[in-house]
Design a protein around this ligand. Structure first.
Ligand code: PGA
Length: 253
C-alpha cells in the first residue's frame, strides 16, 4: 500500500517561535509511530531552520536562483535547509498576491529543477465551471514541463518524474469555510484532474500522479477521503494548528 501524504499548511501561523516549537513538537511526538502516511509540515519561512523531525515544506518560492529580488526566497535556499516540498499556486496567493498561471508555471519549473516536490494547488471558485478551470490551471501551470524543457531551466538540471509532483485539489469555496467538498464530488474532480494529466503526459503518468484533497478537512471527515484509493492524501489548513486534531487526522490514514 502506498503511503498517504498528509500535509499541514500552517499559513501565517502561529505568532511566535515558542508556539511554533510547541505545536511542531506535539505533532512530531503524536505521529511518530505512523506507518501509513508521510506527514509534511509546510511552515512559514522563518520557522523552517529551527524545526526538524518531520518532512518540511515551504508555502511559496520565487523562481530565480539568486539576485536582486528583494523579499523573495529561492528554491536553493530551501533545499539548503533540507526542505523537501513546496506549496505552489495556493488560492490565497492567487487571490491576494496576484499570482497568475504563468508565474505558477515558472515556480513549478524552478521547484522541480531544484529537486523540491511542488504541491500544486488547483480548484474552482463558487459559480465557476470546474472542468474549464481545472483544465486551464493545470495545462498552463504545467506548460512545457518535461525532461527536455527542465534541462533548459537555469537551476540544476533534474529529471521530471510525475511522482515528484503533487496536485492538490482545493475548491476555493471549501477553504477555511467548514464547508468541505463531498467525497463523491472530490472523486469526480480527481478523475477530471487525472484525465487532464493523461492528455499531457499519458495514461501511465495519470495513474502515477499524486492527487490530494484540501478544504475544511478535520478529524471528523478525514477518514472518508483517506479510504478512497484515488485520493492520495490531504492538505490541511486550520485543523493543522491544533496538534490533537491534526494527529487524529494522520491516524485515520
Ligand atoms: P483549510 O485550508 O483546511 O483551513 O480549509 C486548506 C488550505 O488552504 O490548504
Amino acid at each position: 500500500m502506498t503511503k498517504k501524504l498528509i500535509v499541514a499548511n500552517w499559513k501565517m501561523n502561529p505568532a511566535n517561535r515558542k508556539e511554533a516549537r510547541r505545536l511542531f513538537r506535539a505533532v512530531k511526538k503524536g505521529v511518530k509511530k505512523t506507518k501509513n502516511a508521510e506527514v509534511v509540515a509546510c511552515l512559514p519561512f522563518v520557522y523552517l531552520p529551527m524545526l526538524k523531525g518531520l518532512s518540511l515544506g515551504a508555502q511559496d518560492i520565487f523562481y530565480e536562483k539568486q539576485g536582486a529580488f528583494t523579499g523573495e526566497v529561492s528554491p536553493l535556499m530551501l533545499t539548503d535547509l533540507e526542505v523537501k516540498y513546496v506549496i505552489v499556486g495556493h488560492s490565497e496567493r492567487r487571490m491576494y498576491f496576484g499570482e497568475t498561471d504563468e508565474i505558477i508555471n515558472k515556480k513549478i519549473k524552478a521547484a522541480l529543477s531544484a529537486k523540491l516536490k511542488p504541491i500544486f494547488c488547483v480548484g474552482e471558485s463558487i459559480g465557476e465551471d470546474k472542468a474549464i478551470i481545472l483544465e486551464k490551471q493545470i495545462t498552463k501551470g504545467l506548460k512545457s514541463i518535461s525532461n527536455a524543457t527542465l534541462r533548459g531551466v537555469r537551476l540544476a538540471s533534474s529529471k521530471f518524474q510525475i511522482s515528484n509532483l503533487i496536485i492538490a485539489y482545493e475548491p476555493v469555496w471549501a477553504i477555511g469555510t467548514g464547508n468541505n467538498c463531498s467525497v463523491d464530488e472530490t472523486m469526480s474532480s480527481m478523475l477530471l484532474i487525472r484525465k487532464i494529466i493523461s492528455k499531457l503526459y499519458g495514461k501511465k503518468s495519470a495513474s502515477a500522479a499524486k492527487v490530494i484533497y484540501g478544504g475544511s478537512v478535520d478529524s471528523e471527515n478525514a477518514d472518508s477521503y483517506l479510504h478512497e484509493t484515488g485520493i492520495d492524501g490531504l492538505l490541511v489548513g486550520v485543523a493543522s494548528l491544533d496538534a490533537e486534531e491534526f494527529i487524529k487526522i494522520v491516524s485515520s490514514a
